[in-house]
Design a protein around this ligand. Sequence first.
Ligand code: ZN
Length: 485
Amino acid sequence: MQEVADLKVRIGLEVHCQLTSLKSKLFCGCSADYRQSEPNTHICPVCMGLPGTLPVVNRRAVEDAVLAALALNMEVSSRTLFYRKNYFYPDMPKNFQISQYDRAGGIPIAKNGYIKLDGGKIVRITRLQLEEDPGKLSYEGTIETSRVALVDYNRAGVALIEIVTEPDMNSPREARVFLQKLRSILEHLGISSGELEGSMRCDANISIESGTRVEIKNISSFKEAERALNFEITRQRNLLRKGMRIGRETRHWDETRRITISLRVKEEEEDYRYFPEPDLVPIVITSEQIENRKSAMPELPDRHKERLMAQYGIPLQNAEVLTENKALAEFFEECARKYNRPDLLSNWLVGDLLSYLYEMGLELRETKITPENVISMLKLIDCGTISGKIAKDVLKEMLLTGKSAEEIVEEKSMKRIADEEYLKQLTEKIFASNPGAVRDALRMEKAVRFLVGQLMKETCGKADPQLANIVIKERLKRLRDEESR
Ligand SMILES: [Zn+2]
């Protein structure tokens, strides 16, 4: 019998991304910028579904969805319909969600696309559709134990694109890589920003080797996805090891306890009583509109990656990591314009900076660091004022405080002593790279001054000139002694 651990895992994702660049909701004029607002202040009769109101489609939402579809290599439908998906749940003021028919026979905005992951793996995308976001429920503690559910409808009606993949991913890690790439594509398009809380969420379905499909709902961020999937795979494998069967069900990801819990047996399609939305006419997407969107296509991550490599000469791996995160790639380019060692810069950003962000659970935007800060830190290393090891601490401090590297170094007295040992090290470097000048210096005072000048330059003028003079002359003397021997 095959080992349970060897059984192949198949993961499909259903991703919901808010079109965060839109000013208003999908079917009404309410502001979509609700995050800092008091609950239930971004609502109107339309998004509350009061009798007598009619929805009107946000044109920009359709344009953005088409743009996303093209970037995901999809076929855009020339005519598409909205449907009502009926279900009763407190986060749904109308008791139905205006969505698109998501089963065979439905015509979403686009279908049949793919994303190519770094490394070449293809993940097929089944369809992309437009729908409205439900409101948001808050619980006291967990969904199981809370006595009350508070509802905030500010989010109800915000435009979402739903992107559904084939079950092409074979590990939680691969799912994470896919989500990162998708996020990066949408951010490059400028239509959805993953930095905003709750703007990118997903559901996942998992099956182990032709077994039953289990769905996990409520994965509130892409970061959580890998965690939720790892938990669920372990749970299913344990059941299989005990010879138990896996039931078809929907489970809820409990972020606090980091487990999945059973919510309900899976609804069948009939439960939603889908029918065409009678208040909205079909949307016609002409080939001119598609061409128009194609010509508005900005630089996407793959192209961006290639450009970073060509323009700045940084290695592939660094370019990949940078373009996974558009904000980081932009940050890199801003620094690189004012700092002439982009390879070194990219190492710091994809290495130490990213691992600090991960450690702190922060997005770059949420920290106080600026490109000027990073450049100031690198220059201090270049001048030998601080060592690379000290710079790691300086970088962390800059993320938290937004202070410049000089300020931090000054405050914490991290300055490297202008010591002789360090100047001697630099002198070795200078002698190795200026053999002609060294030969001249053995005979001419003028050339000695040149070497001292180089040493001062290496330390950005911070070395004690007298000490620099002594160190160079001593080195020349040693050279003479060696030669006369
Ligand atoms: Zn409204």
